[in-house]
Design a protein around this ligand. Structure first.
Ligand SMILES: Nc1nc2c(ncn2[C@@H]2O[C@H](COP(=O)(O)OP(=O)(O)OP(=O)(O)O)[C@@H](O)[C@H]2O)c(=O)[nH]1
Ligand SMILES: C=C(OP(=O)(O)O)C(=O)O
Length: 223
């Protein structure tokens, strides 16, 4: 930055990552259970997601909303802050609760919901998504299938107002959030719900937890 540039305070983000109990996670991935147990896959995806998120330069912290004691311990070990769900309320309540927990500690923080199933996540691509989001009060990134959402953002004065679940892209757009105009961020969009998604994530390159778990039994094309 040159000497005559105005001083700009960069936006830094607290991410909120939701993770349901591992024993119930990733039911649509049943086809991949031949390669590794589903609870272990769900944990490895979350570990790779959280580790990459914490390596992103504009991320100041990660809150993981989960009632799973094993996952909470493993993700705390990576540097995340686990908080339990509110009793019986589901995904969007968990995200709103996590955003409130983040702002209880850091009142001025921008917050972003991030799916826990992004094992190919690259910190530099997440940084480009978040830097683009710093220009909008609320914004979102559609998933690779163009139906759901992988990231929903809110600047410090905005409320997150999450509407995840199924066709959430249209719901987030209807809520007034801006669809982020950012290209070539496949690693931030590639969520893994099905065996086909897992193949796509493996083609992008997954993180160390997922690749170690699948070592020797990688699901290749058409298998
Ligand atoms: N804390 C919390 N996280 C949730 C809850 N429901 C879903 N999630 C998480 O939100 C994300 C999207 O959830 P889903 O697509 O419903 O579940 P999934 O485990 O990814 O996949 P399926 O079981 O195949 O539907 C995942 O990271 C889940 O772990 C909830 O009630 N509480
Ligand atoms: C919850 C969502 O994700 P998925 O169902 O694809 O995991 C969503 O995209 O809103």
């Amino acid at each position: 930055m040159g000497p005559m540039q105005p001083h700009v305070t960069p936006v830094t983000w607290t991410l909120v990552v939701p993770l349901k109990p591992l024993s119930r996670a990733k039911s649509r991935l049943a086809g991949a259970a031949a390669y590794a147990p589903l609870p272990e896959l769900a944990l490895a995806f979350a570990q790779d997601t959280v580790r990459a998120a914490l390596e992103c330069r504009v991320v100041r912290g990660v809150v993981v909303v989960t009632d799973d004691a094993l996952a909470a311990g493993e993700l705390r070990a990576l540097g995340a802050r686990p908080v339990p769900d509110l009793p019986g309320d589901g995904l969007n309540a968990a995200l709103a609760h996590g955003a409130a927990a983040a702002r209880a500690v850091e009142p001025g923080t921008a917050v972003a919901a991030l799916n826990a199933d992004l094992p190919a996540l690259r910190p530099a691509e997440l940084e480009r998504v978040l830097n683009t989001a710093s220009g909008f009060s609320r914004a979102f990134l559609p998933d690779a299938a163009e139906i759901g959402t992988t990231v929903l953002t809110a600047l410090p004065r905005a409320t997150l107002s999450p509407a995840f679940g199924g066709p959430s892209r249209a719901r987030h757009r209807a809520s007034g959030a801006v669809e982020l105009p950012v290209a070539e961020v496949s690693s931030v969009r590639q969520d893994v719900d099905t065996t086909e998604d897992l193949r796509a994530a493996l083609a992008l390159g997954v993180g160390g937890f997922t690749s170690a778990l699948l070592a020797g039994s990688l699901p290749g094309p058409g298998r």
